[in-house]
Write a new protein. Structure first.
Length: 631
């Protein structure tokens, strides 16, 4: 559907639930987005009405930060109070140039303005930058005002590759949301594909963008990062979609691996690596966590601990073998990393690539972990440790793309010097074969290092500067190993928390009143619509009185609960419980006082959340009949 003139109206209605008034929602908060440079100077990008942020006090401020490719930081301030919002921004930035903001209704800032907030104001450098887009629905679970929306934006897809873009976007959306990774939270998400044709096909290389919408390119030829050269266009494109764009995904038309996280998630539709990169980078953006793999520089969030005394995942620690319930005391699993190198070096047959390292000689097991690109066959490359062939095997069908390999070896490394070697055998692979990264890890015996999948403890992670932090599991999380399909429990719980801060379990509460039979009374019919995360915890016991009250309508929540997930619904009248409507989504009562106050409390439960500090799995709505009915 092309976002221009008349078709805009149909998309606007598709993105908005206008069927009935929704009771009990707060007004929309304001969001101020700025870019701050390393010296602390801020440029305002936009001021707009935002989706609600649950748990945010009326005069509180929610602050979100994302790094940008240029080294600036994108900071979002959200508050229900405009004065509080500006004070928070000025405290962070100092003086702000508000003259740079232009109301979108006095300019041509957006060709998609029907989808934006009526309060939207753009920075002058975003005016007119949003490209014309054809927006397609990939997966829709609900109205964008109460969902988190992810949008694939096309780059390097020409007019003739429109269908290919949609096929790539749909494949990736389904890959990350069906059966794994985002499957259990899928009802909280919408996925869209926004197509704008590029003049050239593909992604630029050697630091030179092609003539494409967002100017994606590789810095060299290595299958590493994919960068963008037109951030202002990407910002305007996402902002122009209003509520329908929370996380922009710039997808470059290239069959080989590459990506980037931060303000924009940048990916390619690589069959082998596209879903892996997408899951991992969205984990950073949505959950707000750092890395779990070794050799990074950012370790923070629910999956990182700086020491053994403060453990964000303490409630996930595996119980001690000596007790059935109590978690084991936090202790470090014994491991070391004597070698790590991100070489990104092209291999040749003239001389092997080698690296020497020293081992302590005190560990029982070791692992050689490396990644390669441009090496489709084992016969093309010999990988050896201290002269012993590691007999590596390429991923079937990997072709020229990058992949990650682990070679576990029983027995410890002897004390002293060791050498790892990558020797290219097939000269035909020169110019393409690349050793991307290599590391050697050593582990204690089974009593010192528990490598069992599903075991939660304190596993050491070694940064680029060889400082140590801790992660929850050995290799159970895609933030550690991109080839893993799922998050660990700590990250999954963080995912629920992040999404439910933006999505209310109550999609809508609607009601209607009619005069009661007796003076001063009313008949009330209310209907609760829940985000379809689960069915009721249990069917309500339907009595003849209730059946009469609801005139034969089904009261219990329909559908079967997902494993470990349930809803509990409780209605009250003037503070007194109404047990006959337990776990019912419809309430119908007759002859109640016209000044009565009804309320509903909804509690969602899932095995994937053990601690809900901010009460995000619960929701409450009031219905004051004096205001609602006004008969």
């Amino acid at each position: 559907m092309y976002l221009a003139s008349a078709p805009l109206i149909s998309l606007a209605f598709a993105l908005s639930a206008l069927a009935a008034p929704d009771l009990g929602r707060l007004k929309r908060p304001l969001e101020l987005v700025v870019l701050q440079d390393c010296e602390g100077t801020c440029d305002i990008l936009t001021l707009r009405d935002a989706q609600h942020v649950r748990g945010l006090p009326p005069r509180g401020v929610h602050t979100g930060r994302l790094p940008t490719q240029s080294g600036q930081e994108r900071i979002s301030f959200v508050s229900y109070d405009e004065h509080t919002l500006w004070r928070a921004a000025q405290s962070q930035c100092g003086t702000l140039d508000t003259a740079a903001l232009i109301p979108d209704d006095t300019s041509q800032a957006s060709q998609q303005s029907v989808l934006t907030s009526p309060q939207l104001k753009y920075s002058t450098n975003l005016v007119g930058k949003a490209p014309p887009m054809q927006v397609h629905r990939l997966i829709k679970s609900g109205d964008s005002s109460n969902r988190v929306d992810l949008v694939f934006f096309s780059d390097g897809y020409t007019d003739g590759e429109h269908a290919k873009f949609l096929e790539d976007a749909k494949r990736l959306a389904e890959d990350v949301s069906y059966n794994q990774t985002f499957n259990t939270v899928k009802p909280l998400l919408n996925f869209w594909a926004a197509f704008t044709p590029s003049k050239e096909s593909g992604v630029g290389v050697g630091g030179k963008p092609k003539d494409t919408v967002f100017g994606l390119y590789r810095d060299g030829t290595e299958l590493r990062g994919v960068l963008y050269s037109k951030p202002e266009v990407a910002r305007a494109a996402c902002l122009s979609l209003g509520d329908a764009c929370d996380y922009p995904i710039l997808m470059g038309n290239d069959p080989l691996s590459g990506g980037l996280g931060g303000e924009f998630t940048v990916i390619t539709p690589s069959l082998a690596n596209g879903p892996l990169v997408l899951r991992h980078e969205l984990g950073h953006s949505i959950i707000d966590v750092g890395e779990e793999y070794d050799g990074g520089y950012a370790y923070f969030g629910v999956n990182a601990a700086a020491n053994l005394s403060t453990v964000p995942w303490a409630h996930w620690l595996t119980p001690s073998p000596t007790t059935d319930a109590a978690p084991a005391a936090a202790h470090s699993e014994r491991a070391a990393m004597p070698l790590q190198a991100y070489a990104w070096t092209l291999l040749n047959t003239s001389a092997p690539w080698t690296a020497r390292f020293a081992a302590a000689g005190t560990y029982a097991r070791h692992l050689v972990r490396f990644s390669l690109s441009g090496v489709p066959a084992a016969a093309d490359l010999r990988v050896a440790l201290d002269g012993a062939d590691l007999a590596w095997e390429p991923r079937p069908g990997i072709g020229r793309d990058r992949w990650h390999y682990d070679v576990y070896r029983a027995g410890g490394l002897a004390q002293g010097a060791h050498e790892v070697e990558f020797a290219l055998v097939n000269a035909a692979r020169e110019g393409d074969a690349q050793m991307c990264s290599v590391e050697v890890l050593e582990f204690g015996d089974e009593h010192e290092f528990n490598a069992t999948p599903g075991h939660y403890s304190m596993y050491p992670t070694f940064s680029l500067e060889n400082t140590t932090t801790y992660r929850p599991t050995n290799e159970d999380c895609l933030m550690r190993q991109v080839t893993t399909a799922d998050f660990c429990s700590a990250c999954t719980e963080g995912l629920w928390t992040a999404l439910l801060r933006r999505v209310d379990p109550i999609d809508a509460l609607t009601a209607r009143c009619t005069p009661g039979a007796a003076p001063g009374t009313v008949d009330l019919a209310a209907e609760l619509r829940l985000v379809p995360l689960a069915a009721a915890h249990a069917d309500s016991a339907t009595t003849k009185e209730q059946e009469a009250a609801i005139e034969g309508e089904e009261a219990a929540i329909e559908g079967e609960a997902a494993a470990g997930a349930s809803y509990t619904v409780a209605w009250t009248q003037d503070g007194a419980a109404l047990p006959r409507f337990a776990n019912a989504t419809r309430l119908a009562v007759r002859g109640v006082r016209a000044d009565a106050v009804f309320a509903v409390d909804v509690a969602f439960a899932t095995d994937e959340v053990r601690v809900d500090r901010d009460g995000l799995l619960a929701s409450h709505r009031d219905m004051a009949l004096a205001e609602l009915c006004a008969l």
